[in-house]
Structures are given as structure tokens and as C-alpha cells.
Design a protein around this ligand. Structure first.
Ligand SMILES: C[S@@+](CC[C@H](N)C(=O)[O-])C[C@H]1O[C@@H](n2cnc3c(N)ncnc32)[C@H](O)[C@@H]1O
Length: 263
């Protein structure tokens, strides 16, 4: 077995990283193996990077099966939304958006509503925010993330919320094709992709056939402090859009800086 295969199987066997898709482990693992002489060191560094890009945002206990059962029996729209809120509180990125949930999607997507199709990259649990999004009644929602169990859950959730679509487990930094979509969400996703491949976001902006991209950045670190994040991420956005004739609308919230980019 090659060192990369040994590293991948060791990481897949660990309880914390065993639900990640193989292509992201191989991507990070190959980079770490090139930097180090020992397999042990590369396994440790790969786990560290996977924690930074994915594990750090998610709660340790995630009862996907129990949530689906509760969503299935939530017959009134109010109780379905209450259950969605509860699920959204299990990932820090969506938890921070809860105080804004009544405004965030309504305001950022207002100019393109009703939205016909969404491609949600690095979606996390964000598809559970669909009941607050100005989507058309027959909207198609597609979500991509690196967790097998999370994408299985989202796939089951979508029809319960009244949407068709799919959830795919993959490393979006290596995406080579994507379905044409009305809007692509890259919510708090660029800083994560930058850690894997700093050219990935610009490549995705050029690659995906979509007239609109909703891109956002966190304005609070996981530790809770604002460390010049507004300035840093505004600069990153300026860099991504430099030289492009794109229309950009900017939305600033206490915990999130969002841009609706229209090609
Ligand atoms: C900061 S969270 C943002 C989640 C969601 N977009 C939101 O704003 O609420 C980053 C998400 O990207 C996912 N992720 C990290 N690296 C990824 C990759 N290479 N491909 C797809 N998803 C990735 C993580 O699992 C996590 O759910």
C-alpha cells in the first residue's frame, strides 16, 4: 500500500474523521505527506487540517436519524421551522446566523427572488435554512459538503421541506463540473477553501454556469473575537472580483459579511 492509502485508511478508521469523504482526506493527506518525512506526522497534520476546515464547526453529537423523525412528524409549518432552527444550532456557522435568519436570505436574495435553483457549496447544515429563503415553489436545491452522514441527512431533508434536489459528498475545491444554477451559495466557505487551495474560489466562479453567487465571510472567529476580519475579508473579496465586470451588492451583519455577485 502507498503511504497515501495507509494515511487515508487510518483517518477513515478514526471516530472523528471516519464520516468524511475520501477525496478530501486524500487531497489534504497528499499535501501533508509531501511536506513531511514520517507517515505519523502526516496523519496528525491531516487530522489537524480536517479539523480546521470541517470538524471545528460541528457539534460532537449529531442525531441525524432523530432529527429526521421529528421533521417528518412536524406537520404544522411553525413546528417544522422550529425543528429546522434547532438543527441549525448544531453547527457554529449556522448557529451564528440564527439571530439574522428572518432577514439574511430575504435581504441578500431579494433582487433575484424567486430563486429557481440553488447550488450550496460547503453547505453544512445551511439547507435547513430553506424555509426562510425566497425560493420558488418548484425550486431545485443542491448541496455539497465533505461529510457522508450530513449529506445523507440533507438528501432526506429536502423532500420534507418540499424541494427536489440532491446532496453530494465531495471536495468542492476539486470540482470539475457543476449543474447550471440560478444562484451558487458560498456561505462562509471561501476562507475554508483558501486553506486547501487558494485558487479554488476563482476557478469555481469561472467554472460554474450561474448568473449569481452569494458569497459570505464570518465576522467572528470561533473564539468569538473580531480580529480585523472585516478588513481582511473585504480585501479577499476585492481580490476575487478584481478586473471583472460583475455587479456586486454588499450586506453587512454583526456576524457575517455577504456579497451578491451577479455576472
Ligand atoms: C464555515 S462552515 C460553513 C457552512 C455553511 N455554508 C454556512 O455558512 O452555514 C464550512 C463548511 O464547509 C465544509 N467544507 C470544508 N471543506 C470543504 C470542501 N473541500 N468541500 C466541501 N465542503 C467543505 C465543512 O464541512 C463545513 O460544513
Amino acid at each position: 500500500l502507498s503511504e497515501l492509502e495507509l494515511l487515508t485508511s487510518e483517518i477513515l478508521a478514526s471516530p472523528k474523521y471516519g464520516r468524511l469523504c475520501e477525496d478530501v482526506i486524500r487531497h489534504v493527506g497528499a499535501v501533508e505527506l509531501r511536506k513531511r518525512s514520517s507517515l505519523k506526522g502526516a496523519v496528525k497534520a491531516t487530522k489537524g487540517k480536517l479539523h480546521q476546515i470541517a470538524g471545528s464547526y460541528l457539534d460532537a453529537r449529531l442525531d441525524y436519524g432523530g432529527w429526521l423523525e421529528q421533521l417528518r412528524v412536524a406537520d404544522a409549518p411553525g413546528s417544522f421551522k422550529t425543528m429546522c432552527r434547532s438543527v441549525l444550532s448544531h453547527q457554529s456557522s449556522t448557529r451564528e446566523r440564527l439571530p439574522l435568519i428572518e432577514h439574511f436570505y430575504a435581504e441578500t436574495l431579494d433582487s433575484i427572488a424567486p430563486v429557481e435553483s440553488v447550488l450550496d457549496l460547503g453547505s453544512g447544515l445551511n439547507p435547513l435554512g430553506a424555509p426562510w429563503m425566497p425560493l420558488s415553489s418548484n425550486a431545485v436545491y443542491r448541496a455539497h459538503d465533505v461529510y457522508v452522514d450530513m449529506t445523507d441527512f440533507i438528501r432526506e431533508f429536502l423532500p420534507l421541506a418540499g424541494f427536489t434536489g440532491e446532496a453530494v459528498c465531495c471536495d468542492v475545491s476539486q470540482l470539475c463540473s457543476a449543474p447550471a444554477s440560478h444562484v451558487v451559495f458560498m456561505l462562509k466557505c471561501v476562507p475554508v477553501l483558501d486553506q486547501l487551495d487558494r485558487s479554488a474560489t476563482s476557478r469555481l466562479l469561472d467554472l460554474i454556469d450561474a448568473p449569481h453567487f452569494l458569497i459570505s465571510f464570518p465576522l467572528r472567529s470561533l473564539g468569538g473575537r473580531k480580529k480585523g476580519m472585516l478588513k481582511t475579508y473585504q480585501a479577499r473579496m476585492d481580490e476575487l472580483t478584481s478586473g471583472k465586470q460583475w455587479d456586486i451588492r454588499r450586506f453587512e451583519y454583526p456576524t457575517e459579511l455577504a456579497f451578491l455577485l451577479s455576472k
